[in-house]
Structure formats: structure tokens, C-alpha cells
Ligand binder design. Structure first.
Ligand SMILES: Cc1cc2nc3c(=O)[nH]c(=O)nc-3n(C[C@H](O)[C@H](O)[C@H](O)COP(=O)(O)O)c2cc1C
Length: 218
């Protein structure tokens, strides 16, 4: 695919079909994403592609915990400060993904898709060591974007979601991830369910006007 085609089609997919992703493809995508730059080539990331029975167990356990009202307990929330500046907080409040559902009276579609882990056939869990500088978080973000673009180039769709890492203890258990690693992010991949209302382009959230984020200084 042409780069622009890949880049412009990057959108959150909140419902996948039941079609599986080949193991070979899951591996190739990670190999391609390894081209990403990182501070002093530190490559702090590790990737666990979880599918099949292990993923079913994670989904069942997440569902149980959510039903029991257990609070999310993301590793990043305990590692990093959550005192956000007003600039991103205001953007979230006025143009975040959940807002577009909320304002169309369809918040239940958004919540249900998250609670069902998007019916994803495969989830990449990305980790960095718990002992990491902020640079590694930056590096992981670059890596995550590469991974998503490479997945789209393989004709897949992607769903990055912190709701996929709400209960890290469950993921540590079923994916066999050492306690020294922070389960930083989950990226679901698969094939978009084009008939699902939750995937309707009318829910695509807009971006800020360029002048709000960009200045050319001479
Ligand atoms: C770090 C991160 C966490 C996210 N967490 C969630 C999530 O938990 N649930 C969800 O439905 N979307 C989640 N998203 C998707 C964003 O809401 C989405 O990318 C954003 O609103 C822009 O929409 P678009 O990707 O469709 O252009 C997340 C995205 C990122 C990058």
C-alpha cells in the first residue's frame, strides 16, 4: 500500500470480525516495527502477541473484574503522574473519542466495545521495564505507531486502548509476562467488522485546527 493510504486509514476500530490473524503475519509486523528509532538504540520495548485460549482467558477475567466493579489499575497510572495539564484535558473533554459517541447518544456502543475488548482476535501487549526513564515511554510510543502502520500495511485494522491493560495482574498471569515489566499498552489487531455501528465513520473524532498546535518561528 502507498504510505498515505496506510497513514490516512489509521483509525480506531472498535469491533473486529471473528477472522483470525495468521501467526506468521503477527510476527512479521513486529519484525518490521523493529526498524523504529530509540534513544541510543536502547530498544526498551517487548511485545507479546496474545491469541487463542490465552486471550479468551484474559477476556473472561477482565469481564468478571469489570462486573464486580473492580477499579482499573494500569501500570502506567502508578508509574507516571496523572496530573494532566489543561491543554490535553480540555481536548479530551471537548473532542475525545467518547465525546463523539456521547453527543450522538450512543455512549453504550463505546462502552460495550471496550468491555468486549473489541472482539479482537489478537492483542499485542507492549511492555517496557518498570525501571524506565521517560525516554523509554517516548520510544515505546514511536514503536507502537510503527507497529500500527505496519499492521495496516498488512491489510489489518488496529485498536490502541488503555482499557486493554486495565488489570495488569491478569495479563501477567496468562501471557507469562515478568513482574519487572510494565504492561504499558494493548493494541488489538484484526479485521474490521464493517457492519458494526460502533465503527461508523460518523464517530471519527476531529483534530484541532493546526494553529492551535503549530508555530513557525524564524
Ligand atoms: C494511548 C491510547 C489509549 C487509548 N485508549 C482507548 C480506550 O481505552 N478505549 C477506546 O475506545 N479508545 C482508546 N483509544 C483510541 C483513541 O480514543 C483514538 O485514537 C482517538 O480518539 C482518535 O481517534 P481515531 O484513532 O479514530 O482517529 C486510545 C488511543 C491511544 C493512543
Amino acid at each position: 500500500m502507498r504510505f498515505n493510504e496506510v497513514y490516512e486509514s489509521e483509525r480506531a476500530t472498535r469491533r473486529f470480525t471473528n477472522r483470525k490473524v495468521l501467526d506468521r503475519v503477527l510476527e512479521e509486523i513486529v519484525k518490521e516495527a523493529q526498524h523504529s528509532p530509540s534513544l541510543l538504540n536502547s530498544q526498551p520495548w517487548r511485545v507479546y502477541a496474545v491469541t487463542g485460549d490465552s486471550l479468551s482467558k484474559i477476556k473472561a477475567s477482565f469481564k468478571e473484574k469489570a462486573k464486580a466493579g473492580e477499579e482499573a489499575n494500569e501500570d502506567f497510572a502508578s508509574m507516571l503522574s496523572l496530573n494532566w495539564d489543561t491543554f490535553p484535558s480540555q481536548n479530551m473533554a471537548t473532542m475525545g473519542a467518547s465525546q463523539t459517541y456521547f453527543f450522538r447518544n450512543k455512549m453504550e456502543l463505546f462502552n460495550k466495545s471496550n468491555n468486549e475488548m473489541f472482539n479482537a482476535p489478537a492483542i499485542y501487549y507492549l511492555t517496557i521495564p518498570k525501571k524506565s526513564p521517560a525516554w523509554s515511554v517516548f520510544d515505546l510510543g514511536i514503536f507502537a505507531q510503527s507497529l500500527m502502520l505496519c499492521a495496516i500495511n498488512h491489510e489489518l485494522h488496529v485498536m490502541p486502548a488503555h482499557s486493554l491493560v486495565s488489570y495488569p495482574d491478569v495479563i501477567h498471569q496468562y501471557a507469562g509476562i515478568p513482574e519487572t515489566e510494565a504492561i504499558s499498552m494493548g493494541i488489538a489487531v484484526g479485521y474490521k467488522d464493517r457492519g458494526a455501528e460502533v465503527n461508523d465513520p460518523k464517530f471519527f473524532p476531529p483534530r484541532l485546527p493546526l494553529e492551535k498546535i503549530y508555530k513557525l518561528i524564524k
